[in-house]
Design a protein around this ligand. Structure first.
Ligand code: TXA
Ligand code: MG
Length: 361
């Protein structure tokens, strides 16, 4: 069995030793819980893939505590190095992962067989102290089983990976405040940057930061939703559409006819009685009694609160007795706010792009 340990000085030194001995430690970050391993060791990194059931072609993010340490583990081009320093100084520690050319010391398994590595400095006291204490670069994907909803509490990690004897899970009073994973940006050769995964730091913020420094560049969004049977042309395995999926059938609510043409299911009142409805801003509050259970990600319509709650509400929803379906109010499917787009990205993947229509009362 895995064990959960409350964060204190003793836990810190125990967990640092566990990492140095190539065992696994799950720790909170400001985004979600990570499943940490010594990024210098093949043995340790392979344990991460096995524990999650994740394909070895899907690269891991390496967590460090400073920009200087990041440079030790990368082999950046002058353009990468300029962008990396500028963006990290502005946004780190914080929810930003930058992909650049990898250096020689990391386990090759970290890169999933590519020549690049994702680096991030997390903004969470437990994560930072642990990384400093163990004096290692720490490879850490989200600490869920492959394809499942990412964890935002020690208990979530226990629920997915509890059978692992070599795993210690840190419990802390500091929450995973942001609640969805970091923005992933690849810095390509010459003058190009691409956003591979949306998160709390937006493309616009990145653009403005580089412009302020007088750097010449192009930036584009390459966030795509690839069906699981079509893995060609994928920049990052995390782009597979089925990701963050709850264990029961999950749908996006849509009143929009175009979206309903494909993959839509019509819910009658009997089906709604087996449905967990996840709302935003109280939009469907008046219809609450039609559902088996009703949640609101933020009854006051606050996007920060909604992103913070999304994964824990999805996990709670899949465990409700008698629940057969989840319907998410796709409140943020439009243009506009970047955090709303990042939340929509996770919702869309949680449902594999399936839409629902509910009968009018
Ligand atoms: O917020 C986060 O980023 C969390 C916390 C624990 O730091 N970590 C996380 O890791 O979400 P993971 O492994 O669940 O997601 C990392 C994503 C994956 O989609 C992976 O394919 C992509 O980043 N990625 C990592 N390194 C890459 C690389 N070298 N090239 C392309 N994609 C990469
Ligand atoms: Mg993940």
């Amino acid at each position: 069995m895995a064990k959960i340990m409350a964060w204190n000085d003793q836990t810190k030194s125990f967990c640092a030793t566990e990492l140095r001995q190539n065992r696994l430690v799950s720790f909170p970050t400001e985004t979600v819980y990570g499943l940490g391993a010594n990024a210098l060791s093949d043995e340790a990194v392979l344990k991460v893939f096995r524990a999650k059931g994740r394909p070895q072609t899907d690269p891991l993010i390496v967590h460090v505590h400073s920009i200087e340490v990041a440079f030790l583990h990368t082999a950046m081009t002058p353009f990468q190095s300029k962008c990396f320093s500028t963006l990290m100084e502005k946004f780190s520690p914080g929810p930003l992962t930058l992909i650049v050319n990898v250096g020689p010391n990391l386990s090759p398994h970290v890169t999933g067989g590519s020549s690049t590595v994702g680096i991030r400095i997390p903004d969470h006291p437990v994560a930072l102290e642990l990384i400093k204490e163990c004096r290692l670069p720490v490879a850490a994907p989200s600490a869920n089983t492959f394809g499942h909803v990412s964890p935002t509490s020690a208990q979530h990690v226990m629920d997915d990976l509890g059978k692992n004897n070599e795993l210690t899970i840190i419990e802390s009073d500091h929450p995973c405040q942001i609640g969805i994973e970091s923005t992933v940006v690849k810095i390509e050769d010459e003058d190009k940057l691409v956003v591979l995964r949306p998160g709390a730091i937006s493309l616009l913020q990145i653009k403005d930061c580089l412009l302020e420094e007088g750097i010449e560049f192009e930036i584009s969004n390459r966030v795509s939703y690839i069906k699981n049977n079509n893995k060609k042309n994928m920049d990052s395995p995390g782009q597979l559409i089925t990701h963050y999926a709850p264990r029961i059938n999950t749908y996006l609510l849509s009143e929009n006819r175009d979206e309903l043409k494909e993959h839509s299911l019509s819910f009658d009142n009997d089906m709604l009685l087996k449905t967990i409805f996840i709302d935003f801003n109280g939009e469907y509050l008046k219809q609450k009694n039609r559902f088996l259970k009703y949640f609101d990600l933020s009854s006051k319509g606050d996007l920060d609160e909604a992103s913070s709650n999304l994964f824990s509400v999805l996990r709670e929803s899949e465990n409700i007795d008698g629940g057969e379906y989840i319907i998410l109010n796709a409140f943020c499917s439009g243009e506009g706010n970047d955090l709303a787009n990042a939340i929509f990205d996770r919702m869309y993947r949680a449902t594999s792009g399936k839409y629902a229509k509910i009968w009018r009362k």
